[in-house]
Design a protein around this ligand. Structure first.
Ligand code: COA
Length: 532
């Protein structure tokens, strides 16, 4: 009875057009992901190999249990900036000796693996995920430290990296550093702050200051090995717990360290789950190319939850927001999904009630975004849309169950907040290539700017230049459009990655598994004052 029926006409022209639009966007996305995979480019990759070294992703692959997935995070970090896509760091969640770990690996083919402002943001986000979900951290280190020309952006905030490592350790979340190369100056505190340290013979360089700096500071003559080599640290300083003869040996040792961590998940694995009744392939044709055309999010829910089984909550009340209960890869979830785009007072109140219920029952929440925001206009303001939207935002902010957000389509204005946007600390937030997020739509924003400029001219008694206005509107529309797109937002770390809609169930399943590593309890009360 509660299995969702589908009205999607997979043979119709709309489906075909939506699918073509989505496939075109996925092809663009693939091209950008390929840039991250290429690292510093052929010349630097070749040089790295000639030195007998493994690439960052090869190191990760060898570390992980064979044939297990790696949920890569923020692969498009730094997109649209002056720095290489991927930000010279690979981060993600993978399974090592049966333990889900948060793994970070510097990419030494990109400017010596040096950290730029986006690398820092990406690394801090990875630490946040490890902390919230109690995932052991394995750092595969080989980095030129701070990207020196951008040091002003990273030196001071960058201290948080080392603070995070020791706070993770204090919280009982294990940290493991495997040093494959350079890890000097501030970088020395990555092994310095980690619970377990492995260094590679004749490759690891871990010191506060290299030979030139030491000569400048004290006049002492020295060399890399005596200042910071693996053998010295294993035999003399004691900073290295394990002396690895080569990179593969280091990775093997890291796996043994993880095997002995005695790190247990807070909740048992729910075991195999029933797949949805409908093909995930069909998710390609659900979202219209033009986001002004609404779509039924039940078509998405039917293709991501176990058995397409969904118990809808209050379907007749506030129908522009779909709420209900389901299981996803065996984990119970409450789902909130926008239907007609706009959030009215009823939808907001329904959402607040639903979130409270999920908190009472300790059920994680999944938010599927396609909203243009809360309804504006005299009738709605007088009906209390501000206080009702505030009620929903209050519920989201103070809810203590884990939240997962997926931006399928629009995510505009305060609707982005109420649906657990980035600032509301969802444990994970992914976007589809069809998503757009901004304070409002480009036309609306350009129109508002134009009205404000017109009023300002009138107030000063000046004539209004209609031609300049039209040109300005066009420029602003283009700018806002480009700044609303998923690759741009992902580049700024406003999500954890842009995913293929067909992978949504798998990605959410991996996230839910990670989330269930740490114990959680919903809020029992403890919300702010709800304005009724
Ligand atoms: N900031 C900015 N650029 C850096 C950098 C850094 N910290 N470290 C390396 N690079 C650049 C290099 O200038 C070089 O650029 P180019 O190829 O355009 O000339 C590129 O990255 C590769 O560096 P290279 O020295 O050729 O690579 P390597 O693999 O032989 O050596 C290092 C890598 C990291 C050991 C070496 O570059 C180094 O010692 N860097 C400075 C380390 C440092 O003192 N950092 C400050 C710590 S806070």
């Amino acid at each position: 009875m509660t299995v969702l029926a589908s009205a999607l006409d997979t043979r119709g022209p709309d489906f075909a057009a939506n699918r073509d639009a989505m496939l075109a966007r996925l092809a663009e996305l693939d091209a950008e992901h390929a840039k991250a995979l290429a690292g510093g480019g052929e010349k630097y990759v070749e040089r790295h190999r000639r030195r007998g070294k493994l690439l960052a992703r090869e190191r990760i692959e060898l570390l992980l249990d064979p044939d297990t997935p790696f949920l890569e995070l923020s692969p498009l970090a730094a997109w649209g900036s002056d720095y290489a896509v991927g930000a010279s760091l690979v981060t993600g969640i993978g399974v090592v000796e049966g333990v889900e770990c948060l793994i970070t690996a510097n990419d030494p083919t990109v400017r010596g693996g040096a950290s730029n402002p986006w690398t820092l943001k990406k690394a801090l986000r990875a630490n946040e995920i490890a902390y919230a979900n109690r995932l052991p951290c394995v750092s595969l280190v080989e980095s030129g430290g701070a990207d020196l020309p951008s040091q002003k952006e990273i030196f001071i905030p960058g201290g948080a990296l080392f603070r995070d490592l020791t706070r993770l350790s204090a919280a009982g979340v294990p940290t493991v550093a495997v040093v494959f190369g350079n890890s000097t100056a501030g970088g020395a505190y990555v092994p310095g702050m980690s619970d377990h340290v492995i260094m590679v013979k004749e490759r690891a360089k871990v010191f506060l200051g290299g030979p030139p700096l030491v000569r400048m500071a004290t006049g002492e003559e020295s060399d890399d090995e005596s200042l910071g080599g693996a053998e010295m640290h294993a035999r003399v300083s004691g900073l290295a717990d394990h002396f690895a003869v080569d990179e593969r040996d280091a990775i093997r040792r890291a796996r043994r360290v993880v095997a002995r961590l005695n790190h247990r998940k807070a909740y048992p694995d729910p075991g195999p789950a029933e797949p949805p009744k409908y093909d995930a392939e069909e998710l390609l044709g659900v979202v219209p190319g033009d986001l002004r055309t609404p779509f039924d999010p039940r078509e998405v829910i039917a293709r991501i939850v176990d058995g397409s089984d969904f118990d809808e909550f209050k379907p007749l009340y506030g129908p522009s927001l779909v709420t209900g209960w389901a299981e996803l890869h065996g984990y119970p979830v409450g789902i909130l999904a926008n239907a007609q785009g706009v959030l009215f007072s009823q939808e907001s109140q329904k959402a607040a009630q639903f979130i409270q219920l999920a908190d009472q029952r300790d059920v994680p929440l999944v938010f599927l975004h396609n909203t243009t925001g809360y309804m504006v206009g005299r009738e709605y303001e007088q009906g209390g849309i501000v206080k009702h939207g505030a009620m929903m935002i209050n519920a989201v902010s103070n809810s203590r169950v884990p939240h997962l957000s997926v931006l399928m389509g629009a995510s505009y204005g305060a609707g982005h907040y109420g649906m657990c946007g980035r600032a509301y600390d969802p444990r994970f937030l992914f976007t589809w290539p069809s998503a757009k997020s901004a304070v409002m739509g480009p036309q609306q924003l350009a129109g508002v700017l134009s009205i404000v400029a017109r009023q300002s001219a009138a107030a000063k008694g000046q004539p209004y230049d209609e031609e300049a206005d039209a040109a300005l509107r066009a420029v602003v529309e283009r700018q806002i459009e480009s700044e609303s797109l998923p690759m741009f937002l992902s580049g700024r770390l406003y999500d954890d990655g842009v995913i293929d809609p067909r992978d949504t169930r798998t990605v959410l399943g991996l996230c839910l598994s990670a989330v269930h590593t740490a114990p959680f309890e919903g809020a029992r009360g403890g919300f702010g004052v709800f304005r009724m």
